[in-house]
Structure formats: C-alpha cells, structure tokens
Design a protein around this ligand. Structure first.
Ligand code: GDP
Ligand code: IMO
Ligand code: MG
Length: 448
C-alpha cells in the first residue's frame, strides 16, 4: 500500500496479518484506522469486548458508530468476523445489522460470528447495575452494558455460547443459568424484576436470525490464512483497559492487549506478522480510575471541545490529558508494537504550548515500571516537559514533512521518547485525512 497525494493507494500485493489495537484507554480512533486499512485485507476479525465499544467511522457525509461488528464491514467484499473472545448481546447485534443494512451494507454475506462467542442476557446488565450502585464499592464507571457479568459467567463455566443459543438444547441451558441467577437474587434478597420466560422466548427468536451467521470462525480464519488471505485483527478498548495489564480494577473484563487477538480468534501467534498501536496525540479516558497526565484545567476542557471528546456509546464527557510517555512505553512493551499510528494531531492545532508527561514520580522518586496497584498509580506525580505548539491548522496537510515544523518536532519527540516509530499520522476523521511515513516499518508491513 502506498500513500500518494493525500490518498492511500493499494497495489496487487501479498498482505500480512496485522493486529491493530488501542495503546491508551480506548477511543484512540481505532475505528477510523481499521476502516482505512481494511480495504485490501480479506477479513477483519474483532477479538474481544462487546457493545461497550464505540468505533466511529466517517465516510463522506455518513457517520457510522460500530459497536460489535468490525469496521471492515464497511468495505464491500471484506469479511467481518466476530471472534470467540467477544461477548454478544443479540439485541445490540441485530440493531447494528439493521442500521448497516439500512445504509446499504450487505451484512448477511459479509458477517460471520464465532459459535464460541458468549451470549449476553438482560440479567447481566441488572447484575452490573446493582454491583456498580453498591454503597461500599467504588464504581468503575462501566458502560452499563452487562459486559463484566457476561465474562464472569464465561470464566465460571456456566455461560451460554452462540453454539448453544442456536442449538435445540438452548432452553435447558438457559433455565440452568437463569436458575443460578434467581438463586443468587433470592439469597441476597434482591428483587429486581426480570421475566425469565419472556427473555427465553425473545432469545429463541434472536437465535433464528443469528443462526445463519454462526460458524467456527477459528477454522474459517485459519483456512483463509492457509489459502494466502490476509487478516486484520481489530482490538476494541485500549491496552490500559485490559483485564490483566490495565489499571485494574478500573478496566474492562477482556484481553484488549495484543495477546487477546490469538485467544480471541483462535489464530495462532506464529501467524501474526505485525502489531500496530493506535494512540491519540494526547490522551483520554472514560469512567473512573487513575489517570496520571489528566488535565483538569480549562485547557483540558478546550481539548474536550476541540476533539469532541464525548463517549460514542454513553455520551459521557471523556476525561482529557496529555500524551503519557511512560504509559506508552508500557503498552508498547506489553503489546510489542512494531509501529504507532498517532491520531487527532489536528486537535492540538490551536495550542501555544503542549505538555508531554515524560516520567512518573512517586514520593519524590522516579519510577520506571507501571505500578500494579491503584493506590500507587494514584500516587504518581507526572513529570512534564513542554513543547511549543504550532498554532496553525493542519487540516488538509497530506504529507508529514509538510506539517508545521513544531508539529514535526512534536512527533519526533514522541517517537524518540517512546522508542516506537510513528508510521502514520491522522489529522481528521475522514479516511483520506491520514498520512503514512514513507519507508516506515508500517509501510513495509502493509506492503508485504
Ligand atoms: P475508537 O473507539 O478507538 O474507534 O475511537 P472513537 O470512534 O470512539 O473516537 C475517536 C473519535 O475521533 C471519532 O469520533 C473519530 O471520528 C474521531 N477521529 C479519529 N481520528 C481523528 C483525527 O485524526 N482527527 C479528528 N479531529 N478526529 C478523529
Ligand atoms: P472503545 O472500543 C473507552 C471503559 C468504561 C469503564 C471500563 C469498564 O470505543 O475504545 P465496561 O462496560 O467495559 O465493563 O466498562 O471500561 N470502556 C471504554 N472506554 N472506550 C471504550 O471502547 C470502552 N469500553 C469500555 O468507560 O471505565
Ligand atoms: Mg470508542
């Protein structure tokens, strides 16, 4: 793939299998990047999360917010795969299918769903609501979609998978799971209303619609790879929301980091050719939890407005802060980023000065490792260096070396400090507002 005069151009080539994932706390612009890169991949496979994700893609005047379905679906002929690592709320899935079909997307022939993915039920949302509202608990600030409780059932080995939903014995499995929930509700004297029989009938109807899409997607993807096809793996959320490597417990309940791409799709690690991190030129977070480089001043507010930083799923204002080098070094290590794509550079256009968090201090001492405990993470004092802003619009700039010199200096600074190459820069939400660095590792990976 080549970048030429502001547009990505693809040539006949053998593509590699790449993972694209968030390097921060989510909302890095993965949707836009996956949509852009998916053009010449044969399939895009989503490996974790559920409809807590919100990936916004602009195609001309049209805006799509994808939650469960990988952004590749917007490219005719590209297979979109929902892997086994994803949890599926059938109502949300069918809504999304209807939204895409109304926009003319041929979802039924482009989408496949893993028969090993877990099914999310309305009582998962109820459980989450009760748990988040508990007086003695610090709320995580979840998206209230029931994602955590659904993964709880998966790990506890009582969950229901797509294969079960579309099978004749669904009713038995459902009654066993519902019985379990009723027992807990009774034991804890919880009286949230829930009509289990109604849910059963509703899910039986969903099953009919979902059945034609369900398959063994691990086998499908591996077969495609054996046949020389290329797969783009799409992470939802960001690494700092990963269940193991994120700011636990203020995380989501799945493996957003690169390793999750293999466990969440059933494609082995030796079939992955490259790992691409997506990061904003600054940083945001939705929900509670430590955030060392957060800016609580008017400047943070200015970024929120300039970047339209409001959750695409819940509409909550995103907390805004400055690019965090130690955090990026950490997520680069955990994921093994080959290259970084920096998004939303244009959001910084009007700033006179741009602080960058370059180090962490706890109790007056520099720390070189990402703390595992929330308490220690909250004790971090960020050390900032300030770079000059460019105070000029970068809109329409289509080549890195035509960016204002301060913007180039800013990008070089991030690259040097993080130790990861910047292979591409995005300066607007549209597909063509993306530049690739000529000769970068990213370019090579895309041209294999
Ligand atoms: P995701 O969850 O990582 O896919 O990101 P979201 O879609 O939740 O949030 C990113 C937002 O930034 C979306 O509204 C995108 O349209 C928008 N966006 C992506 N890249 C750029 C960029 O380079 N500049 C600007 N101004 N907006 C961008
Ligand atoms: P995308 O794919 C940003 C956050 C929630 C909350 C925590 C746990 O758009 O990047 P959950 O509902 O998953 O149990 O909530 O994770 N969170 C996200 N934040 N972007 C997302 O997805 C998120 N998905 C979950 O705000 O703090
Ligand atoms: Mg998002």
């Amino acid at each position: 793939m080549r970048y030429n005069q502001g547009f990505w151009c693809f040539e006949a080539e053998i593509m590699s299998n790449l993972i694209v994932l968030g390097a921060q706390w989510g909302d890095e612009g993965k949707g836009k990047i996956v949509d852009l890169l998916s053009e010449k991949f044969d399939a895009v496979a989503r490996y974790q999360g559920g409809h807590n994700a919100g990936h916004t893609v602009y195609i001309g005047e049209k805006k799509f917010v994808l939650k469960l379905i990988p952004s590749g679906i917007l490219r005719p002929g590209v297979l979109a795969v929902i892997g086994n690592g994803v949890v599926i709320d059938p109502a949300a899935l069918l809504d999304e299918i209807a939204m895409l079909e109304a926009a003319g997307v041929d979802v039924r022939s482009q989408l496949k769903i893993s028969n090993r993915a877990h099914v999310l039920f309305p009582f998962h949302r109820t459980i989450e609501k009760i748990s988040e509202a508990r007086a003695d608990r610090v709320p995580i600030g979840t998206t209230s979609r029931g994602i955590g409780p659904c993964y709880e059932d998966k790990i506890a080995r009582r969950g229901i998978r797509i294969a079960d939903l579309v099978d004749n014995n669904f009713e038995d499995l459902y009654r066993a799971l519902a019985g379990d929930k009723k027992l807990i509700a009774e034991a804890f004297e919880i009286s949230e209303p829930g009509n289990f029989d109604e849910i059963l009938a509703q899910y039986q109807r969903y099953a009919e619609q979902i059945k034609p899409l369900a398959t063994d997607t691990s086998h499908l993807l591996n077969q495609m790879i054996r046949g020389g096809k290329s797969i783009l793996f799409e992470g939802a959320q960001g690494t700092m929301l990963d269940i193991d490597f994120g700011t636990y417990p203020f995380v989501t309940s799945s493996s957003a980091a690169a390793g999750g791409a293999c466990t969440g799709t059933g494609v082995p690690p030796n079939k992955i050719d490259g790992i691409i991190g997506v990061s904003k030129a600054y940083i945001t977070r939705v929900g509670a939890g430590p955030f060392p480089s957060e800016d609580l001043t008017d400047v943070g507010e200015q970024i929120r407005r300039a970047g339209n930083e409001f959750g695409s799923v819940t509409g909550r204002p995103r907390r805004c802060g400055w690019f965090d080098v130690p955090l990026l070094r950490y997520t680069a290590e955990v994921n093994g980023f080959d290259s970084l794509i920096i998004t939303k550079l244009d959001v910084l256009d009007s700033l006179e000065k741009i602080p960058v968090c370059v180090a962490y201090e706890v109790a007056g001492e520099r720390i070189t490792h990402m703390p595992a405990s929330t308490r220690r993470m909250e004790a971090i004092k960020p050390v900032f260096e300030t770079l000059p802003g460019w105070q000029r619009s970068t809109q329409g700039v289509s080549c890195i070396n035509k960016l204002p010199k301060e913007a180039q200096q800013y990008l070089r600074f991030l690259e040097e400090r993080t130790g990861v190459e910047i292979g591409s820069v995005s300066n607007g939400p549209e597909r063509n507002e993306t530049m690739i660095v000529e000769g970068s590792r990213l370019e090579k990976l895309l041209n294999r």
